[in-house]
Design a protein around this ligand. Structure first.
Ligand code: OXD
Length: 324
């Protein structure tokens, strides 16, 4: 005889929130749909995350320490809080885990950064500010127009597409480089990646915004830099290792290119003794071109959380094979 069937209650799912600089601000803006059964676990430190990662089905995070992925045995979904996701796509992250990104958030920030720094070059802002410090009236130097110049985007996904839109609006001619070579709105001419050097040679400004993948690591190497015009500027707002740092330093030292505006580096924070700090044709910003704000990421996470809790397909899935 069998006794009454005992229905096994599904464990209450656990969503773990982790951001090394402040998980609380992200957690505060989570809205759990009415009646939904989920525990939100906020972890401020690696130790706290280590204590809960084994129970987490959902991870809402930025740069979880890599050692923890191997312990995430119940994990089903990871929502990244930042623009890039390469830090999450480690071999220890189980294949079945869905990774989602936050499109639409970073392009508006980065387009202002890019156009702002391009205008810093053409408006000769450094020159006038230096003259002001010396009380000099420098009417021998004139600004130049952005209109009619060429900006080449290496990477024309969600962020690159938005930079293209804003660049076009100020009259820049926009060239793009992508794997597929597919046409993209606001980009006048798209080259496939094998035609990279041609696209670079057309540019007054080269903007690197491609994700870091095995295919893009070191893509902007010495030969690519040599293809650029001597008057051109390189802006890197994507990932440091997409540009060969040693080759870039050489190109800047020898004035093979005019200069670089760099927001990302091989090692961050950039070490104090790093040679890039000493080059006068380089602007260094501390990885702030596309900040992640809890207010902007929360709607994306909340919408996906509601979908996840009701078994609907998640939005903004990362293609793990492509790496973005
Ligand atoms: C990034 C970010 O992915 O800052 O670099 O969001």
């Amino acid at each position: 005889m069998t006794g009454p069937r005992v229905r096994r209650r599904r464990r209450r799912p656990l969503a773990l929130v982790y951001h090394p600089d402040g998980s609380e601000a992200y957690a505060r803006l989570i809205t759990v749909p009415r009646g939904a059964d989920v525990t939100i676990q906020v972890c401020a430190t690696e130790e706290e995350a280590a204590a809960h990662i084994g129970d987490a089905e959902v991870l809402y995070c930025w740069k979880l320490p890599p050692a923890l992925y191997g312990k995430a045995g119940r994990l089903r979904w990871l929502q990244a809080m930042g623009a890039g996701v390469e830090w999450a796509l480690v071999p220890d992250l189980r294949r079945r885990v869905l990774v989602t990104r936050a499109p639409g958030v970073f392009g508006p920030w980065m387009s202002e950064y890019v156009i702002g720094w391009c205008a810093w070059v053409t408006q000769r802002m450094e020159t006038y500010r230096a003259a002001q410090r010396e009380r000099r009236w420098r009417d021998d130097v004139l600004p130049e127009r952005l209109r009619g110049r060429t900006l080449t985007l290496v990477g024309i996904g969600d962020i690159g597409g938005e930079i293209a839109r804003v660049a076009r609006a100020v009259g820049l001619h926009v060239v793009g480089v992508s794997r597929s070579g597919r046409r993209v709105p606001h980009v006048d001419r798209v080259h496939r990646v094998w035609n990279l050097h041609r696209a670079l040679s057309a540019a007054d400004f080269v903007v690197v915004v491609a994700p870091l993948t095995p295919a893009t690591r070191g893509l902007i190497d010495a030969r690519a830099l040599a293809a650029m015009r001597p008057a051109a500027w390189l802006l890197n707002v994507g990932r440091g290792p997409v540009v060969d740092e040693a080759a870039l330093i050489e190109a800047l030292r020898t004035r093979r290119i005019a200069g670089a505006i760099l927001d990302v580096f091989d090692t961050e924070p950039l070490p104090a003794e790093h040679p890039l700090w000493r080059l006068d044709n380089v602007v260094i910003t501390p990885h702030i071109a596309g900040p992640s704000t809890p207010e902007e990421i929360a709607p994306i996470f909340n919408a996906n959380l509601a979908r996840w809790l009701t078994g609907q397909p998640l939005l903004h899935l990362v293609d793990r094979r492509q790496g973005y």
